[in-house]
Design a protein around this ligand. Structure first.
Ligand code: HEC
Ligand code: HEC
Length: 302
């Protein structure tokens, strides 16, 4: 049998979501929208990850409990299930482990498993739902399992680019096809690759030139993977973000420091590839990126 040759940096269509038990998914969706998981019952996952705002909050910086402003931009939860690790520095490996992060963060939900579990145990409808689905009832493991199971269904298929990859040549116009070619030929896909068009590598921001030295007044909100590994060579190394739905998930970069998509494209060309992209090339690549907007429950993200 002949094995098809797929180049390492190829882009691929979004896979179909996995089969998830409908009751587990519904419980996870309810928990995702549940403010009682937070210290004072005011902040839910969905307070920052709005499903109707493309899974983010459209803000530069996330706002958590007591109105505290975080130094980081809220990434979308859509397609997070396709990432090889979660958070901008990849500090946790699974969606299940990710849940404990915002739950305990003093800037986000400022809660604890004890607080969250007690709040859910106070509500007979949660006791009944968990009792039906999990022998052990309401625990940190079952809460995280239900939320992560819901998140695994948050894939956004059916973008115009997916339709193009699946054989519909009319799904992209001429300029968008030219932008796609540039994205491949200029080397963007050496980092932004696979079904999520990113989310599967850690790379330095500032490969060809030192981005942060050029912006001395603008200290990074996070030093990157060095915080996880302790290795100096991991300073300013971040998870390569997925570019799925990127046209509707600005502002950009882990710190939300860039408003416009075409400006990020220009920065990437310069700092990551050592290229001075022309205005037309930047426009073509940006046009291609707008074809990556997919749908959730049959409705295109916006
Ligand atoms: C106060 C706003 C806020 C709340 C509340 C919040 N998040 Fe987030 N979320 C963020 C920010 C900001 C990040 C980026 C943090 C980082 O990279 O270190 C993030 C990152 C994530 C990621 C990783 C995405 C990626 O691209 O790496 C997932 C998944 C996620 N959140 C799910 C959740 C879940 C589940 C909850 C509820 C238990 C939750 N979030 C609560 C703001 C929030
Ligand atoms: C060497 C790896 C690498 C290359 C090559 C690269 N990028 Fe990136 N890209 C990154 C990293 C890492 C980030 C995240 C930086 C941060 O958050 O501070 C990023 C961020 C982005 C973002 C912002 C996404 C968001 O949601 O905030 C866009 C858009 C982007 N890149 C597009 C491109 C384009 C277009 C090209 C080609 C011109 C390109 N990249 C080339 C690694 C790369």
């Amino acid at each position: 049998m002949q094995v098809p040759v797929v180049s390492r940096n190829a882009l691929a269509p979004i896979p179909n979501p996995p089969e998830v038990d409908a009751d587990v998914r519904a419980l996870g969706e309810r928990l995702f929208h549940e403010p009682r998981l937070s210290r004072d019952g005011t902040v839910a996952c969905a307070s920052c990850h709005h499903l109707h705002l493309a899974g983010g909050d459209s803000r530069t910086h996330a706002i958590g409990i007591d109105g505290q402003v975080m130094p980081l931009n809220t990434p979308t939860v859509f397609n997070a299930a396709l990432h090889h690790a979660q958070f901008h520095d990849g500090r946790v490996s699974t969606l299940e482990k990710q849940v404990a992060g915002p739950l305990h963060s003093p800037l986000e939900m400022d809660s604890s498993w004890d607080v969250a579990i007690a709040a859910l145990k106070d509500d007979p409808s949660y006791v009944a739902s968990f009792g039906k689905l999990y022998a052990e009832g309401i625990t940190s493991t079952t809460i995280a399992h239900a939320i992560a199971s819901f998140e695994r269904t948050l894939l956004t298929p059916d973008s115009r680019f997916d339709r193009y990859l699946l054989g519909d040549n009319t799904a992209l116009d001429e300029r968008e096809r030219a932008g796609y070619k540039l994205f491949l030929r200029r080397g963007c896909s050496s980092c932004h690759q696979g079904a999520a068009i990113g989310g599967n590598l850690f790379q330095r921001f500032g490969v060809m030139e030192d981005y942060y030295a050029d912006r001395a007044a603008h200290a990074p909100a996070s030093p990157g993977r060095i915080a996880v590994t302790g290795r100096d060579e991991d300073r300013h190394v971040y998870k390569v973000p997925s570019l799925r739905n990127v046209a509707v998930t600005g502002p950009y970069l882990h710190d939300g420091s860039v408003e416009s998509l075409s400006n990020v494209v220009a920065l990437m060309g310069h700092y990551q590839l050592g290229l001075q992209l022309s205005t037309d090339e930047i426009e073509l690549i940006t046009a291609f990126l707008t074809t990556l907007t997919g749908s959730y429950r049959g409705v295109e993200l916006k």
